[in-house]
Design a protein around this ligand. Structure first.
Ligand code: AMP
Ligand code: MG
Length: 347
């Protein structure tokens, strides 16, 4: 697709011929849709080409008529009032009717658009722009946070990306308020900052394991909301994603880690102990979603039992936020024509 061709429309976030995004009119049904994929026109000749052309024209017309509105992923996956983690099928693929192959096929195009927008954001900051993005990834052990870092974030220019993994706080970090280490890791203008775990651990693991008195952690929801409001005001678009897996899926993934020698390094015996607290974790996550999904920084919950889907969803979420930001190439701070003339005169 041409660079920026689908910017700012709010619909058609994923192209209708892109292999599986569900049109708005179908979204409530979640039924299997016919594969809307059309082979690249220039590969086709004669009858097939005519047919493909007709199909494309029809799709275009339908789009113009508004009959095939694409639903933004940010709308479908957003946590609104009444949202229930327990009510969400972790194996489902909201907003996508295609299978794994179709999903993976789509990734290439999405990643190149992501790369383009990231470069624009980075360039904009070189021209004095102050905006940035913060992608926060939360999820239970084995939920696929590492895969998001490698496959989604890893696809953009490392120059403009800043990943921070938050572990249990160090003695020094413990001497400071819980947001201290978070503030220090915020993205600078032009960057996409990514948090692999975050300040949300301070109301998740801390709550589940009583690491601090209730009076301390219960104040943190409001503190987090105020903090994020400030971050957003400062020009950072905050995208908060929970990768939601089932307890069964975690068991399967831990089993695989034990069975494969090349996965042993990922396994910690403590992961099994944590499973005993699954229900409490779900409660703690639900409370976090209820109390901190705000207008300025809403939560998105991504069903993550299928890794390919989670990656597709997070890529689309990131893309949509960047598209809405619409970063601009900075104007040259020199006289382009004069420079052309000067360059032409050189040997
Ligand atoms: P991993 O993401 O598998 O490398 O594990 C990091 C560990 O650090 C997890 O067990 C987290 O729960 C833990 N962790 C991260 N942030 C905090 C925090 N603020 N307080 C306590 N433990 C934390
Ligand atoms: Mg772990």
């Amino acid at each position: 697709m041409a660079k920026g061709a689908k910017k700012k429309t709010g619909k058609d976030v994923t192209s209708a011929d892109g292999g599986g995004t569900i049109p708005a009119s179908e979204v409530a049904e979640h039924g299997a849709l016919p594969d809307p994929k059309v082979n690249s026109d220039d590969e086709l000749t004669g009858k097939a080409a005519k047919k493909a052309d007709k199909k494309r024209k029809k799709a275009e017309k339908a789009r113009k008529d508004g009959a095939v509105k694409q639903v933004p992923w940010s709308q479908v996956l957003r946590v609104g009032s009444g949202f229930s983690l327990l009510g969400l099928d972790t194996g489902s693929t909201p907003n996508f009717a295609g299978d794994k192959d179709a999903g993976e096929e789509l990734m290439g195009e999405l990643q190149s658009r992501l790369g383009d927008l990231q470069e624009r954001l980075y360039a904009e900051s070189k021209g004095g722009g102050g905006r940035s993005v913060l992608l926060i990834i939360q999820g239970m052990d084995t939920s696929g946070k590492g895969g998001i870092m490698r496959h989604v974030v890893g696809a953009v220019d490392p120059q403009g990306v800043d990943i921070t993994s938050f572990k249990a706080p160090s003695p020094e970090e413990k001497r400071h308020p819980f947001l201290w280490r978070i503030r220090r890791a915020l993205p600078t203008p032009g960057d996409i900052g990514v948090f692999d775990r975050s300040h949300y651990e301070d109301i998740l693991i801390v709550r589940v394991h009583d690491l601090l008195p209730r009076t301390t952690w219960s104040r943190r929801y409001a503190q987090i909301n105020a903090f994020e409001r400030e971050v957003v005001k400062g020009g950072t678009t905050v995208v908060k994603v929970m990768l939601h897996i089932s307890s069964d899926e975690q068991k399967a993934r831990l089993t695989e880690r034990l069975e494969r020698e090349d996965k042993h390094w990922k396994y910690r015996p403590a992961d099994v102990d944590e499973r005993a607290h699954w229900a409490e974790y779900m409660q703690a996550y639900q409370a976090a979603l209820d109390k901190t999904s705000t207008d300025h920084a809403p939560w998105f919950v991504v069903p993550a039992d299928q890794k390919w889907y989670a990656r597709l969803a997070v890529t689309n979420l990131l893309l949509e936020h960047l598209e809405a930001m619409d970063p601009q190439w900075p104007a040259a701070d020199f006289d382009v024509e004069a420079e052309k003339a000067r360059l032409a005169l050189t040997p």
